[in-house]
Design a protein around this ligand. Structure first.
Ligand code: DLL
Length: 435
């Protein structure tokens, strides 16, 4: 595939020029924030730093961090840097615990966000000849609106399906010959499963590419979706606080996501000490939005753990790349003292020939953690004898022990008995209430 760019000059800009641009934007942004947001002014004053101390990106480390707790404290208007009369949109996080985070956008902010999504769609080969089916949720969640806006900018025929109503998704996909599918990877897998059940083979499906993100997914899951749908599956990352999807996106190399560095300045820190780590280190991703007007963020701690790399990319883009988030510094499970990432369980399931339809249930009885994993059987196992199923459960539990260091109790359950998600899958039920 010939590499396409939405804004070639920016996306392939020499690194030194990107850094210069970032420095200029940072100086302006810090001034804008200090002058317009009392909450930030207080944080900066407490740290003894003023806009006069910030001359470029080399001074970034002088600024205080901002956390989700700050966003909640300042809810709803405390971090607003523009009058409401200049804001045209709000979006909100998909979080179900605590107070929601609301993000505000001026027209300029929506525009830059949609540019980022347009870059992602173009990077997977999207043009005005494509039919782009957006099956992320629409509404307060940023997935639908972001990719919808990007798809318009590219000039694709946009199918604003939102998530759910899978039969209807499939009917539109087939009748209107959708070529690009945008949704969560778990929903893409479910759509693939449903298509298969209806007797469609990969070559019957008009799709050529998928843009999947908003939740962790593994390389194994990518391969599964690619095979079932007969497409290339690309990752996309973002968070409501920094606009939404499109903060970073995958290119033809499919080896990590390019961060839109003209808008977002990335750092990796040690989540325990806050120390900035050198390129190539694994740590918590921190973003500074360089030119967002209404809801600018300086050094926002995402809690996502990943690695950054400036290794030359064959696609020609010069933007730094981030790996898939490898977990979150705050949702990693600690079970009987062992760190467990749900993505590790997913990897084992796919390696052992199961579908990634599972649920982890953690509880505490007395002082001991219980660790159960419900996994859907493959349809051919469903007819097995009880002793056969017990043997399969034991062997899966052993495979998980090799990966994690501890044995979960595995329960094979009937195919399709774990509730399918139309948005982000609920993989973990932690009944311990440790937070
Ligand atoms: O999930 C924005 C989005 C929509 C991204 C559509 C991609 C596609 P939030 O609901 O605020 O925003 O959740 C943000 O989701 O901090 C990550 O932990 C996780 N996340 C987002 N993209 C990925 C990804 C949207 N590609 C939080 N891989 C982030 C793994 C992801 N985790």
């Amino acid at each position: 595939m010939q590499e396409r760019y939405y804004q070639k000059e920016i996306e392939t800009m020499p690194v030194e020029e990107i850094k210069k641009l970032q420095s200029e934007k940072l100086v302006k942004q810090v001034k804008h924030v200090y002058e317009n947001v009392p909450y930030y002014r207080d944080l900066m004053d407490q740290k003894g730093v003023t806009p006069a101390d910030i001359h470029g990106i080399e001074d970034l480390h002088k600024l205080p961090f901002l956390t989700k707790a700050d966003l909640r404290d300042a809810y709803p208007y405390g971090l607003l840097a523009k009058p409401l009369s200049e804001c045209v949109r709000i979006q909100s996080t998909s979080g179900t615990t605590g107070k929601r985070v609301v993000a505000f956008y001026t027209r300029h902010d929506v525009d830059l966000w949609e540019d980022c999504c347009a870059r992602a769609i173009t990077a997977v080969g999207g043009t005005n000849e494509d039919v782009c089916q957006v099956a992320y949720g629409y509404g307060l969640f940023t997935g639908g609106p972001g990719l919808n806006g990007g798809s318009h900018k590219v000039g694709c025929l946009t199918l604003p399906m939102s998530s759910g109503f899978t039969e209807r998704q499939i009917q539109f996909m087939m009748d209107l010959k959708a070529t690009i599918l945008c949704c969560t990877p778990s929903y893409a897998a479910y759509i693939g499963e449903t298509l298969q059940e209806q007797g469609y083979k990969p070559e019957d499906i008009p799709l050529k590419a998928g843009i999947f993100g908003a939740e962790p997914w593994t390389e194994e899951m990518r391969r599964g979706i690619e095979q079932t749908l007969g497409i290339k599956a690309y990752d996309i990352y973002g968070l409501t606080e920094t606009t939404g999807p499109g903060v970073s996106f995958e290119c033809s190399e499919q080896t990590g996501m390019h961060i839109n560095e003209d808008h977002f300045l990335a750092e990796i820190i040690d989540p325990d000490t806050g120390e900035v780590l050198p390129e190539g280190s694994k740590g918590e991703l921190v973003f500074t939005s360089l030119d967002k007007e209404a809801f600018p963020l300086l050094r926002y701690r995402t809690r996502d753990i990943c690695v950054l790399s400036r290794k030359k990319c064959s696609c020609g883009r010069t933007f730094i790349k981030m790996t898939k988030p490898m977990g979150r510094s705050d949702d990693m499970l600690i079970i009987r003292g062992v760190n467990v990432f749900p993505s590790q369980i997913e990897t084992v399931l796919l390696n052992e020939g199961y579908q990634p339809n599972y649920q982890i249930i953690v509880d505490r009885v007395g002082n001991t953690d219980t660790f159960d994993v419900n996994v859907e059987m493959n349809p051919d196992q469903f007819t097995d004898t009880v002793s056969g199923v017990t043997a399969l459960e034991k062997s899966l539990s052993e495979a998980m022990k090799t990966m994690l260091g501890i044995n979960p109790k595995v329960h094979l359950v009937a195919p399709k008995s774990i509730v399918r998600s139309e948005g982000k899958a609920v993989r973990v039920i932690d009944k311990r209430k440790l937070h």
